[in-house]
Design a binder for this molecule. Sequence first.
Ligand SMILES: [Zn+2]
Ligand SMILES: [Zn+2]
Length: 276
Amino acid sequence: MQPARLTVLVENTALRRGLLAEHGLAFWLELGPRRVLFDSGQSNVLCHNAERLGVDLGRADSLVLSHGHYDHTGGLSAALEKTGPVKAFVHPAALGPKYARNADGTARDIGMPAPCRDALRQTADVTFTEQPMDVGGALRVTGPVPRLTDFEDTGGPFFVDSSCRRPDELTDDQAAFFETAEGTVVILGCAHAGIINTLRYVRQLVPRQPIHTVVGGTHLTTADEARMDATVAALRQMEIGRLMPVHCTGSAAATRLRQEFPGRVQACPVGAVVEF
Ligand SMILES: [Zn+2]
Ligand SMILES: [Zn+2]
């Protein structure tokens, strides 16, 4: 097994002075000789933090986009200037229109900003991930995650049109994963497909392997008690070794997970480094 190291570049919280936090997510993954940028946060906070943390984005060989929302893709034009040409792994729906409905019924655009879409097309060699796929080295992406649970949803009033008539199923939502001696490591963006749907699918793609670590956004911020109960029960049944819920997990869900899985839940702010 190759040594692996994940550095949190963008998250809603930061570890120390000099690092910036924003609503968004980006990880830097070193996997043997491979260097992978997973998502880009929503702005140039990514580049600021990368520099502070000694991460040379110019060494990136691949880019994985978990889905098309702005808080995961808005840093792309700045990031791609630093990375130069990379192989990008993204579902085609990530490039499409994406809206959220406001409380007053109006819509706001939450898709990939146009300059980022252009930068992606111009700078990256894009592979569309319509099924599970090798990113290179040991890293794989799930592609679209089958929605099989009856207690999970995409987690918000998401639409593909500004009149909020056509729901966005977030088909583009995907996770990345790789194997270690201790089990599989799963990297989530927002898990709009549902954390349990995603983890069960990874278990299917990597049979007979326990899941050692789950790190990323779980989008439990909108989960009601019934969904939390079912999620906790399913996590318990899968015997997940370590949970690092960040970003759109929400503080109530994160607290509940810490209570349910004492000693197995870790915070993961900007600047955190996780070794595998
Ligand atoms: Zn999202
Ligand atoms: Zn998000």
